[in-house]
Design a protein around this ligand. Structure first.
Ligand code: NDP
Length: 449
């Protein structure tokens, strides 16, 4: 018996375990979704008849390839890259590329699987996919990053396209990398096909507010959860893990809505600044100089740097995990709740372990899972595709307003679905079921493909 699964879903999950050995993150992501689908199969028996869940758990296509490249000293390196095209029932595969040494097939599949439901939640016409490489960009020169990206695209270009599969950024992949990838795609194909990648620079096809979108969107979602409880961000103290793209713009939006973020981190340690983090300084360190977050403490004498510190032990009312998967466990969740945390919104993908989620739900605090809370990034990528298709360029205000409206809608849909299935405010259930229903209905309509 697998804990949490009803009898129709258990054999499906066992099959996923058997067919995908060793891919623990993928197993975790599938379990989290299946756990919430029991009542859906009772209401819609046709999904079982069409084997929709078995089909959703099997990627449509998985591409694994070698990426050879040379460093500045002329030494040859070989990395492995992946593109998992998971589900295209709602539109072209869409999802980022991650460059991190921990990347293997199980991580890309967990991310791709989550992306299916997240993309469905945005209400925009995008399917789910994800990719990446075990390449470690840390400490590499611009020239090395460029050669790696060019080598990767020399294979990946055959598999992507504006109507097929549209990659974007993720951990280790920002505008610089998207630029090198786009340049090589354009060179090989002899096509200025802007819609093939998102996260582009503003003067070569990018969208305003895309850089800010995931962090801003997570805070809009958090704000909506607080409103349901008659509360707001005004005067709240927060902590945000990570100090990359998502973390930086989550901090920016919390500050603009009247909250104060007092801690952030990277994989080496935690910065605590009781006066509120100086975001201009963080942007300078991380976006311009590409240095470690510890440098912050050299510049702000009132702040403290905790090497190997645990950010979840810093007392706060709101917490946003914005670094990586499984960064917040049951013990961390217990400490957060005990110290007065009332709301958690996930900027990262699957950052809270199943034990941690259980603690938040038992405590009755507002908990927004990544699938819903961080969907603003991919939603704005879809808006970038719209602008590319119409050769248009929207203002920042217009794009941000669209983003905010999308996040308000996602929140409302998740809340209403959670209420319909008897657990109002359970956003895990709300997000999984809302996203699943959209994809499942489309798959039935498209026939057995
Ligand atoms: P970045 O590469 O810009 O930043 C990642 C941050 O997380 C860095 O501070 C990094 O620290 C830290 N981090 C990464 N891996 C680890 C690890 N194994 N242990 C501890 N810290 C780690 O990535 P993003 O901000 O783009 O992505 C952050 C999260 O948000 C990811 O889970 C991503 O999937 C998710 N996400 C991103 C979206 C986007 O639009 N960018 C969209 C939706 C979700 P260090 O530098 O030390 O590695």
């Amino acid at each position: 018996m697998v804990a949490g699964l009803d009898e129709k879903l258990e054999p499906i999950y066992r099959d996923v375990l058997r067919r995908n050995p060793g891919e623990t993150e993928f197993h975790q992501a599938v379990h989290e979704v299946l756990e919430t689908l029991g009542p859906v199969l009772v209401k819609y028996p046709e999904f079982a008849e069409h084997k929709i869940i078995q089909r959703i758990c099997e990627p449509e296509r998985q591409i694994i390839f070698r990426v050879p490249w040379q460093d500045d000293q002329g030494h040859t390196h070989i990395n492995r890259a992946f593109r998992v095209e998971f589900n295209s029932a709602l539109g072209p595969y869409k999802g980022g590329m991650r460059f991190h040494p921990s990347v293997y097939l199980g991580i890309i599949k967990f991310l791709g699987f989550e992306q299916i439901f997240k993309n469905a939640l945005t209400g925009l016409p995008i399917g789910g996919g994800k990719g990446g490489s075990d390449f470690d960009p840390k400490g590499r020169s611009d020239a090395e990053i460029m050669r790696f990206c060019q080598s990767l695209m020399t294979e990946m270009y055959r598999h992507i396209g504006e109507y097929t599969d549209v990659p974007a950024g993720d951990i280790g992949v920002g505008q610089r990398e998207i630029g090198y990838l786009f340049g090589q795609y354009k060179r090989i194909t002899n096509r200025y096909e802007s819609g093939v990648l998102t996260g582009k620079g503003l003067n070569w096809g990018g969208s305003r507010a895309r850089t800010e979108a995931t962090g801003y969107g997570a805070v809009f979602f958090l704000d909506e959860m607080l409103k349901v409880r008659g509360d707001s961000l005004e005067g709240k103290t927060g902590v945000v893990s990570g100090s990359g793209n998502v973390a930086i713009y989550a901090i920016e939006k919390i500050h603009s809505l009247g909250g104060k973020v007092i801690a952030c981190s990277d994989s080496d340690g935690v910065i605590v600044d009781k006066n509120g983090l100086d975001l201009d300084l963080i942007k300078q360190i991380k976006e311009v100089e590409r240095r470690r977050i510890s440098v912050y403490a050299d510049e702000r004498k009132d702040s403290t740097y905790l090497p190997d510190g645990n950010i979840w032990t810093v007392p706060c009312q709101i917490a946003l995990p914005c670094a990586t998967q499984n960064e917040l466990n049951g013990k961390d969740a217990t400490i957060l709740v005990q110290q007065g945390c009332i709301a958690v919104a996930e900027g990262a993908n699957m950052p809270t372990t199943p034990e941690g989620i259980h603690v938040f739900q038992e405590a009755g605090i507002a908990y927004g899972p990544g699938k819903a809370a961080n969907a603003g990034g991919v939603a704005t990528s879809a808006l970038e595709m719209q602008q590319n298709a119409s050769r248009d360029s929207w203002t920042f205000e217009h794009t941000e307003a669209r983003l905010q409206q999308i996040m308000v809608n996602i929140h409302r849909n998740c809340y209403e679905t959670s209420a319909e299935f008897g657990q109002p405010g359970n956003y895990v259930k709300g997000a999984n079921v809302t996203g699943f229903l959209k994809v499942a209905h489309a798959m039935v309509a498209l026939g057995l493909i």
